[in-house]
Design a protein around this ligand. Structure first.
Ligand code: PMP
Length: 288
């Protein structure tokens, strides 16, 4: 049984219990982070913690736990886990309340939870084949920049993909690409990598940043700008990115092959270059 951290204590996961009056349970009033760990080293830890603090600020939740204490606690959870490659979840809610009331309690005792699970990255065959995606209107709220635990819309949208025999749902808002149900989406057109700009309409992915940094450092032409739905459908390549999926090529969208000519419906050449850079970058980080 894996060891988790809950409100100052390290304990077996089946002994970690949260109150039914916790606002995380009753309202989804909380934020979270998922940090990939390779060879027991957390990947981009500072960036994940900065985003966690931005999300906490965004929901106006102050945690007594200073940012300086997080790495040691996370380090301990990593040490106590069996796998070398892990996925660490940090979740902070606004804690329990005495009576059910939407307004914040006068005094707040946040619930802080950290656990680790083995990291499951996509199998090589899946990466080589690419994945199928469906698309739909982005019906989520207007603070998609916050990584909040109220994930019902994201769950429904991911489930839509699964029930269509696909792996991800690509979201369009007002005729523009926003992101995936649980990923950021990139397009490639005529050798140029296109990424939607960070805004309240999407989560600023840590992997998204890595991909853009790698494009810049390897001289891959790229543009961060609004991408029309039509451009997305006519792209030469589409990718999804996330901490656990890394970079995955989307080869069909709503049943239509992505791309043109001999590359239609197959992972494209720009994807393979980026994937190589990403793996090299990971190796460098793990050595350092
Ligand atoms: N957008 C959404 C809605 C997500 O859930 C995720 C995955 N957490 C991402 C984007 C990708 O973010 P990251 O690269 O930091 O995992």
């Amino acid at each position: 049984m894996s060891t988790v951290y809950l409100d100052g204590a390290f304990l077996p996961r089946d002994k970690a219990v949260v109150s039914v009056m916790d606002r995380g349970f009753l309202f989804g009033d909380g934020v979270y982070e998922v940090i990939p760990v390779y060879s027991r080293k957390p990947f981009r830890l500072d960036e994940h913690l900065r985003r966690l603090h931005d999300s906490l600020d965004g929901i106006r939740l102050t945690v007594p736990h200073a940012i300086a204490q997080w790495p040691a606690t996370i380090g301990r959870i990593i040490e106590l886990s069996d796998s070398d490659d892990q996925s660490v979840l940090i979740q902070v809610t606004r804690g329990p309340m005495d009576v059910r009331n939407h307004a914040f309690p006068k005094t707040t005792t946040p619930t802080v939870f950290i656990m680790s699970e083995p990291l499951v990255t996509p199998a090589e065959e899946q990466r080589a084949e690419g994945i199928a995606a469906v698309s739909t209107a982005d019906y989520r709220w207007l603070r998609c920049d916050l990584k909040v635990t109220s994930l019902l819309a994201n769950c429904l949208l991911r489930q839509m993909a699964i029930e269509s025999g696909c792996q991800e749902t690509v979201l369009f808002r007002d005729g523009h690409l926003s992101e995936g149900a649980a990923s950021n989406i990139f397009a490639v057109k005529n050798g140029v990598l296109l990424a939607p700009p960070k805004s309240h309409l999407m989560l600023a992915g840590i992997t998204y940043d890595v991909v853009l940094e790698l494009a810049a450092s390897h001289g891959l032409p790229h543009q961060v700008r609004d991408i029309l739905e039509e451009e997305t459908r006519e792209a030469d390549e589409l990718w999804m990115t996330s901490s656990t999926k890394e970079v995955l090529p989307i080869v069909t969208l709503d049943g239509h092959p992505v791309g043109h000519h001999e590359n239609a419906g197959k992972p494209g050449p720009v994807f393979w270059r980026m994937y190589g850079w990403y793996q090299d970058f990971k190796r460098t980080v793990m050595r350092g």
